[in-house]
Ligand binder design. Structure first.
Ligand code: FEO
Length: 396
């Protein structure tokens, strides 16, 4: 399948409706994904990015619908992660003398993945390649999403090909943003940002400001996942800018796990305290919640309240992954508090508090620990914890 963007420019990617997990099992993709690649036909022909290796043969056939793959002159590898570079060996079998264009860091990562003696050309910001009527200009975009990432800009069509940036894990029947459900589209764009790009928010702001300051015309933004932004393409850029500033909404996320319902009762009492002060919250039982959906809620919220019973002198195993996410994603502008039940031996609340402090999340209330099942006094302390956090949200 091929889809025309402009004269001589075609999408030749793959729609992966079945994908439910990405990065192994690190990221849930409830709505599938796409691996977008683009062919530009001119006096010279360029292919921008490829697809994940299991789809390499279908991808080569998509390319063949536009041009005989032996005629490809340039293969632009904007990013080495295998969802975009995995089709390189298959396509390069057809055009072994094509030039593989990589960023300075890509000159390390692409050969490191494929160990092939291809003809490499390394480019940096502002370097260009003329295809005839079309010109490709390259912009280094480190950490959007890897150190090797770069954007390719196509003139005169004014198409920005930013690889991972501005993407969504979103399989759809249609390829353009004006053709799909807008709520789903922005939900997926937000989940993608929160779960993948949050730790690189400083680089996102710098890159957006750099590109906007250049005043390049942008007729389309064609990322390597999800739909192509052709209707008001800069709208996703103007979403990314405040997302990258990480100014949270005045609400809270309560997440917990429980063995015999004691910590659940505490979590709900914390929620009552928030609610009584007019602060909205979402409550997640981590044994059954989707971790990445929880991360998206945390990303948007001011406060994180985490509860776990003490088990084997530690936390319930379902709590540890989200704590690790909080460390790795380096959320900014959060506040936190902890709670949890215990039986013979306690310690979970202190462990969660230490982890939050290590993540740079300031504690705004003393944690609540309850022995065995929480009694009226313990539940009252949980409601008070919720009220204290609510006040901290309201005065932040
Ligand atoms: Fe879609 Fe960083 O790969």
């Amino acid at each position: 399948m091929k889809i025309k963007l402009t004269d001589g420019v075609y999408w030749v990617g793959i729609v992966d409706w079945a994908l439910k997990h990405f990065h192994g099992f690190e990221l849930s993709t409830h709505r599938g994904s796409t691996y977008n690649a683009y062919v530009i036909r001119d006096r010279k022909t360029a292919l921008v990015d490829t697809v994940w290796a299991p789809f390499a043969d279908e991808f080569v056939e998509n390319v063949r619908e536009v041009i005989d793959p032996t005629k490809i002159d340039y293969v632009i590898a904007n990013h080495a992660e295998p969802d975009h570079s995995g089709g390189l060996p298959a396509i390069m079998q057809h055009c072994p003398n094509a030039t593989v264009v990589v960023s300075k860091k890509g000159a390390e990562s692409i050969p490191g993945h494929y160990h092939q003696q291809w003809n490499f050309k390394t480019v940096g910001t502002g370097d260009t390649i003329s295809l005839g009527q079309h010109t490709l200009t390259f912009f280094a975009a480190p950490m959007l999403h890897w150190p090797d990432s770069m954007f390719t800009y196509l003139a005169p069509d004014a198409i920005l090909l930013p690889n991972d940036a501005f993407g969504q894990h979103y399989a759809t029947a249609f390829r353009f943003n004006d053709q799909v459900n807008q709520q789903e589209l922005f939900d997926e764009a937000l989940k993608y940002y929160a779960n993948i790009l949050t730790p690189y928010s400083k680089q996102v702001i710098a890159k957006i400001d750099e590109l906007l300051a250049m005043g390049l015309p942008v007729g389309m933004i064609a990322p390597s996942h999800g739909v192509i932004w052709r209707d008001q393409p800069l709208q996703i850029v103007h979403k990314y800018r405040p997302w990258a500033e990480q100014k949270p909404l005045p609400r809270a996320v309560i997440l917990y796990d429980t063995m015999w319902e004691a910590t659940r009762k505490m979590a709900e009492a914390v929620g009552e305290g928030l609610c009584n002060e007019g602060v909205d919250f979402k409550l997640f039982h981590m044994a059954v919640a989707d971790r990445n959906d929880v991360i998206t809620e945390i990303f948007q919220s001011k406060a994180i309240l985490i509860g776990s019973p003490t088990l084997n002198n530690g936390l319930l195993p379902t709590i540890s992954p989200i704590l690790e996410d909080c460390r790795g994603l380096r959320f900014q502008n959060k506040i936190g508090a902890a709670f949890g039940s215990y039986g013979w031996n306690g310690g979970s609340v202190k462990m969660i508090e230490k982890h939050m402090q290590d993540c740079g999340v300031p504690l705004v209330a003393e944690g609540v620990a309850a022995k065995w099942q929480p009694d009226a006094n313990a539940l009252s302390r949980c409601r008070e914890l919720g009220r204290t956090v609510a006040h901290a949200i309201q005065h932040s």
